[in-house]
Ligand binder design. Structure first.
Ligand code: SER
Length: 353
């Protein structure tokens, strides 16, 4: 039997790495990967295209060459990066997504099989007016406080709606017989922590940056306050959520967008976890008001009960297991060959707003 074919955009990003590794290991699908920079853990089984999702000729070429069963559309400019360059971010996050939706729409009609489009949205789709309001709201479901303050959050929320529109109503005034629409599925991810890679341009980056710095023996100056709390998930669970929703039966999905969560933790608590394993870690707090304002507009925790009920979502790692069984062993291995550099400058994100 011919293998199904999966397209991954933003393949060289953090989630792309994890997703390609997972799917390549499974060996069930042909993988086509697209990114502006080469994928560094190149897998022989992957057809890699170096290019931009804004390049319509390239998208047309992919459309001609392959019949995709699923598309994981990961390419995006994150929240801090998007505030630094809002219009380029809008182009990638919105026009790039539109190119992918049009590709999937065309293929769904051509093959008469709905292409599953999996879209990772974000806690940045939410927006609280004040830090007090976010604390009072606590764990929130998918439907309230959707007033994002960043270009990234606004773009993601819009594509949530646009994807759903392509899935349910697009071309409804056309007289096209047997119109087959794409099948849009979306999870709102919390901040992600990976042992294998560091994020860039995000505002939840303080979590992973703190742990990676400690493992390298580098001091870390955190850009939010010790009290700043966000929901986080570790990379294997993030990848697992995207794979699971892509494979859920269509009938079980009652919403176009689902929260997925794992644990909620403050920057001070991340520091305490890190100190358990790296007692000499030097972590200080020097809030950056612009980046702090972004985090202060995001929820402290998410209610993911709908995903649990509809398609059996359940993270493998809780807060303790995330550090003990995944982050600390993985990050320690990653830097094991490097000597601690006690005299280096504090590790800070290169993407300061
Ligand atoms: N990790 C994203 C960011 O910080 C939020 O989803 O921009």
């Amino acid at each position: 039997m011919e293998k199904g074919c999966i397209l991954i955009t933003g393949a060289n990003g953090e989630i792309g790495h994890g997703l390609i590794r997972y799917l390549a290991h499974e060996g069930l699908y042909k993988i086509v990967a697209l990114d502006r920079s080469p994928i560094d853990d190149y897998q022989k089984s992957v057809d890699f295209y170096k290019g931009d999702i804004l390049d319509k000729n390239l998208i047309d070429e992919l459309n001609r060459k392959y019949n995709f069963t699923a598309i994981f559309h990961l390419a995006a400019i994150l929240s801090t990066g998007g505030e630094k360059e809002p219009l380029p971010a809008h182009r990638v996050n919105v026009e790039g997504s539109l190119n992918i939706l049009n590709l999937a729409d065309d293929q769904s009609n051509r093959t008469k099989t709905p292409v599953v489009v999996v879209f990772p949205s974000t806690i940045a789709a939410y927006g609280f007016a004040t830090p007090e309001q976010r604390i009072a709201a606590g764990k929130i479901d998918e439907h309230r406080y959707l007033d994002p303050i960043t270009m990234y959050g606004i773009n993601k929320l819009y594509i949530e709606h646009l994807g759903n529109y392509y899935s349910t109503r697009y071309r409804s005034f056309e007289d096209t017989p047997n119109l087959t629409r794409l099948d849009f599925r979306c999870v709102r991810l919390p901040g992600i922590m990976s042992s294998e890679s560091l994020p860039s341009g995000g505002t939840s980056d303080f979590g992973p940056e703190m742990i990676h710095a400690a493992a390298q023996g580098k001091p870390y100056e955190c850009f939010v306050t010790a009290e700043t709390r966000l929901p986080f998930i570790v990379m294997p669970d993030g990848v697992h959520s995207l794979i699971s929703i892509s494979r859920a039966s269509r009938r079980s999905l009652t919403k176009p967008v689902y929260n997925v969560g794992s644990f909620s933790i403050s920057a001070g608590e991340i520091r305490n976890e890190v100190l358990k394993y790296f007692p000499k870690a030097e972590i200080t707090f020097k809030p950056n008001p612009k980046r702090l304002a972004i985090v202060d507009s995001w929820p402290v925790d998410v209610d993911d009960s709908a995903a649990r009920k509809d398609w059996g979502w359940r993270p493998e790692f809780d807060r303790e297991g995330a550090f003990k069984n995944y982050l600390i062993p993985g990050i320690t291995r990653r830097y094991a060959s490097q000597r601690p550099q006690q005299s280096s400058p504090p590790l800070q994100s290169t993407d300061r707003a």
